[in-house]
Design a protein around this ligand. Structure first.
Ligand SMILES: [Zn+2]
Length: 292
């Protein structure tokens, strides 16, 4: 082989090898978000259920579309796979909420699906959803799931417990929280009665503490900001009943990092299990705690 042909051959071969190596790396490299989620789940133990609950997870935003929606899907899928606590079916379609189709499920998760009143437009669709919960099934809402209802679908707000009314506490800030009910089954993963965390925190309209049990709240007095509540009452995670059904809502979930935070994934898991009756836990109202 002549020298210049030999050099060209070597260059071609090296480029080919580099290309192959690059493609192999790309196909083998795991999703970095999933890696973080899996790491966070290392300490979450498997769960024994009598009968694995079937959960329909709805993730279509009809208002603001959070970038953390796909992260939530990955986290919920990984949480289910790691623990065996529930069997999720992921949906982007309101058509899945027919009376007939809902018979296949024990509970629902609304994953950051804002302004659902724009998706559930007919009375038939709305009744199918609300009656499913009233009959004794579970409902779990994360973050933007409360950015919905009022004024066009008041009953959805009544069901979930409050309607987004702005977020004086922005996603980039780190905010002080209180665990109001440390002994509750959904609060076992919080190691102290107070903690600080970075996420976008809402204030609510259509919220009345008497209608639900606040588990986690924002300590507005220590946050350096105040919102619209005359009593500075800013619930963050709560449980409530709706007919014979159980509702768990958590404001956490705007930031992607929420979905790979171990104590929150455990809080979410407990909430999902509680909503379908796999965990016991009171849901009657507690008074607002005094200022510390
Ligand atoms: Zn948000």
């Amino acid at each position: 082989m002549e020298y210049d042909v030999f050099i060209k051959f070597c260059m071609f071969r090296n480029i080919t090898i580099l290309l192959c190596f690059g493609l192999t790396c790309l196909s083998a490299s795991p999703d970095p978000e999933l890696k973080k989620i899996e790491k966070a789940l290392q300490t979450v133990p498997p769960v024994k259920s009598q009968k694995v609950p079937q959960i329909l997870v709805y993730s279509k935003a009809s208002g603001f579309a959070h970038k953390s929606i796909p992260t939530g899907v990955k986290a919920l899928r990984a949480l289910a796979q790691k623990t065996g606590a529930f069997n999720p079916t992921f949906s982007q379609s309101v058509e899945d909420f027919s009376v007939e189709n809902l018979k296949e499920f024990d509970g629902l998760i609304f994953n950051n699906c804002t302004r659902v009143e724009k998706a559930f437009v007919t009375q038939k669709q709305r009744s199918a959803l609300l009656n499913f919960i009233r009959k004794g099934n579970g409902f779990v809402g994360f973050h933007g799931a409360s950015d919905a209802g009022m004024p066009k679908w008041q009953e959805y707000t009544n069901m979930i417990g409050g309607c987004f009314d702005g977020h004086p506490w922005n996603a980039g800030g780190t905010w002080p929280f209180r665990v109001e009910d440390p002994g509750h089954a959904l609060c076992k993963s919080f190691s102290a009665k107070t903690f600080r965390f970075s996420d976008e925190i809402y204030q609510y309209k259509g919220y009345d503490r008497k209608n639900l049990r606040v588990l986690i709240s924002l300590d507005a007095n220590k946050s350096g900001k105040s919102g619209k509540s005359p009593t500075q009452d800013y619930p963050v995670s709560w449980v409530k009943s709706y007919g014979k059904g159980r509702v768990f809502y958590s404001n956490f979930g705007h930031n992607k990092a929420t979905w790979w935070t171990p104590f929150l994934l455990e809080h979410f898991l407990a909430g999902i299990r509680w909503s379908v009756g796999e965990l016991d836990g009171l849901y009657d109202s507690l008074p607002q705690p005094p200022r510390l």
